[in-house]
Ligand binder design. Structure first.
Ligand code: GGG
Length: 354
């Protein structure tokens, strides 16, 4: 298969982990006889430094003409301490999602058995958890009108019927291929936008009579996720609630460093770890690259339909964990020091097993 992949590492640890993800794609191409070509582009803080723009036009052009995008992370601590900065790395990420029509962000919570014992949640509660989040990605407070006066600030939380309907359909389609269970998360007891959300999900559910639908408020869902993760199968929720709840869910998988995501919609799919740029550990060979590697696996499966290749990547991660290798974020007090590896080294262990 001939495919062109755009690699967009972005900021901080995005640079290191994405290089490992790319090596995995190269290894897959070599082993399975595919012809993958690559280009690279700037986004986020590195793009601001180089061009003044967090999403330069050149990057967008390259994104539109590629078959899939392997993405890293955006962000820089310098902007966190400067709330009045007019140009911010995250603007690049949001603009990319809007420009490419990436309205559905799939976040599978894949729990590797080897990490069960080191979780802060009891293994008997965790074992068997398997969740697929559908986070809506181009609406909500992230894109609603923003206003600022000296003494007040507002971000409009807005959803349109079509936006809820299209993400709901994607989630119901996925539910049909899994446990035929769907949880929709909102705050319909308080928010008007959530009342529309719930109404539309109910309407869409009529086309999927085999799927059992459960509605939960975001606060209750946050509690249930830790108390009873097996209750969750396919979950559909808005942009803000999805951002927060999936970070919480990363603790089921052991670490943010383990969670991959796929952003899909109207054009080229974007595959990226759910974690950010983690500037505190950037450039130190400390980051866990598994989220990027598992994002590459999602890319192979979803954008290219290469299921066997995707499985080979996931199995390699599993084998590395079974062999006892860890990065710092997934190590515990029982992990021998020599088994805690850096970004590059654990990447090499994964490559050896593909
Ligand atoms: N790889 C994910 C990433 O870069 N996250 C940083 C960020 O700004 N996230 C906000 C969001 O995902 O909406």
């Amino acid at each position: 298969m001939r495919k062109h992949i755009l690699v967009v590492p972005g900021d901080g640890i995005g640079q290191e982990v994405t290089q490992v993800g790319k090596k995995v794609l190269e290894r897959v191409a070599e082993k399975f006889g595919h012809d993958f070509t690559y280009d690279e582009a700037l986004i986020g803080h590195v793009a601001i430094e180089a061009t003044g723009d967090p999403l330069p036009e050149e990057t967008l052009v390259k994104m539109r003409s590629s078959d899939a995008i392997l993405f890293g992370a955006v962000g820089h601590a310098k902007y966190d301490n400067d709330p009045n900065a007019k140009v911010r790395p995250e603007q690049g990420l949001l603009k990319m999602r809007k420009e490419l029509g990436l309205f559905a962000n799939l976040r599978p919570i894949k729990l590797f058995d080897e990490l069960l014992a080191s979780s802060s949640i009891k293994p008997e509660i965790l074992k068997g958890s398997d969740i697929l989040f559908f986070r809506e990605l181009t609406g909500d407070v992230y894109f609603g009108e923003k206003k600022r006066t000296e003494d007040s600030a507002s971000d409009l939380m807005i959803y349109h019927r079509y936006e809820v309907e299209r993400i709901a359909r994607k989630a119901f389609d996925a539910a049909m291929t899994r446990g035929k269970k769907l949880m929709s998360v909102d705050k319909a007891n308080v928010l008007e936008s959530s009342r529309l959300w719930r109404e539309v999900v109910q309407e869409v559910s009529k086309d999927y009579p085999e799927v059992t639908v459960e509605h939960q408020f975001i606060d209750a869902a946050a509690m249930l996720l830790i108390k009873d993760p097996k209750r969750f199968d396919v979950v559909v929720l808005g942009n803000l609630f999805g951002d927060i709840l999936t970070d919480e869910a990363s603790q089921i998988a052991g670490s943010m460093g383990m969670l991959a995501s796929a952003s899909i919609g109207e054009s080229t799919g974007v595959y990226e770890p759910i974690h950010g740029s983690a500037h505190d550990i950037a450039g130190k060979n400390l980051a866990n690259p598994m989220a990027s590697v598992l994002s590459a696996a999602l890319l192979l499966d979803i954008s290219f339909g290469l299921k066997e290749e995707s499985e080979a990547v996931i199995s390699a991660v599993d084998a590395v964990l079974k062999a006892g290798f860890r990065t710092g974020d997934i190590a515990d007090e029982n992990t021998p020091k020599e088994m805690i590896l850096g970004t590059q080294e654990i990447g090499e262990e994964i490559l050896k097993r593909i």
